[in-house]
Design a protein. Structure first.
Length: 320
């Protein structure tokens, strides 16, 4: 019987993946290695902790229940440093911890946040552990880019795909920003080739960039403060910094997903109005957005990425 206090994220609860995991835990037949993949870093972290909670507290009564963040048999590693990478040293240290005897639970859990950020040496250390897993241990790999992991790692774990993130952004002014972005796209379709119209298009573009950066900074600060309040005491500064970076990246991903949805909604309106070129323009715009999203993963500044995308949009949507 499982004593669970950490709920599944609302967007994931009731999904086929969760149903399969719950059933396997109940039967005591969960694989030693799992990969949880999806587009929402915060949601994946929450799902990983919910799964760890069920594994670590299986059979425990409420009085002995420990949440994963405070459980002595739950070991976590996150990207760290300016490069946001998981190093060989970090993986080796985690594996050493996993190979010790459990303290409170009959089970141990090793949780890799943003597992695709492992460098090659770290990935090879993990691969050896997956080939000969410690008894009574479950290794959870959380990733938004499963195919960035080594094929040999992917072949040794069970894959679970979770639904895409909700694009609700807890940032004051975000809905108004999206409305202004769509209005700007609409004006581009009417032509801004020269004169005052062109200047207005450029000024609006840089206004959107500036507002985006300010909203992201403010909302990230609020999200980081919220997460810090829920953290266990005594965490190392590097771990706290990694959690802060994870919060910022998750929020940024939601904001860019919101931009994609707003762009699609604009294109749908044009298609419904009979515009024959709207589908082609949408494809070009989304390609541009995916390109800058890829650059963001290698630490391009958010405002620079948005500026790049909006300049590309200026060229794309004025070509009628």
């Amino acid at each position: 019987m499982t004593s669970a206090a950490v709920p599944w994220p609302p967007a994931f609860a009731g999904t086929p993946a969760v149903a399969v995991l719950e059933r396997a835990i109940g039967r005591g037949r969960l694989s030693h290695g799992l990969m949880l993949a999806g587009d929402d870093p915060e949601g994946l972290s929450a799902a990983g902790l919910a799964l760890a909670d069920r594994l670590l507290n299986r059979g425990a009564d409420r009085a002995r229940h420990q949440t994963p963040d405070r459980h002595p048999d739950c070991f976590q590693v996150r990207p760290a440093g300016r490069s946001r990478s998981i190093t060989a040293g970090a993986v080796r240290a985690l594996i050493d911890q996993v190979n010790t005897s459990s303290t409170l639970s009959l089970h141990k859990v090793a949780l890799f946040h943003d597992a695709d950020r492992m460098n090659p040496a770290a990935a090879n250390i993990l691969l050896k552990t997956l080939e000969e897993p410690p008894p009574g241990t479950t290794i959870l790999l959380l990733t938004g880019r499963p195919y960035a992991l080594l094929p040999t790692i992917r072949s040794r774990v069970l894959h679970f795909r979770f639904p895409g993130m909700a694009t609700k952004v807890p940032a004051e002014g975000w809905d108004a920003w999206l409305d202004d972005y769509r209005a700007w796209l609409g004006r581009l379709g009417k032509g801004v080739a020269a004169g005052r119209a062109a200047a207005d298009g450029i000024f609006t573009l840089y206004g959107l960039v500036a507002r985006f950066g300010a909203m992201l900074d403010r909302a990230s600060g609020e999200e980081v403060a919220r997460r810090k309040g829920a953290l266990a005491e005594g965490l190392e500064d590097e771990v706290i910094a990694a959690i802060e970076a994870e919060a910022s990246v998750g929020l940024r991903s939601r904001m860019f997903a919101g931009i994609e949805n707003a762009t699609r909604a604009h294109a749908v309106e044009l298609m419904e109005a009979g515009d024959p070129g709207a589908r082609r323009l949408l494809t070009a715009s989304i390609d541009s957005l995916e390109r800058v999203a890829g650059l963001l993963r290698i630490n391009l500044n958010e405002s620079a990425a948005l500026e790049d995308f909006l300049l590309a949009s200026l060229r794309i949507w004025t070509r009628r």
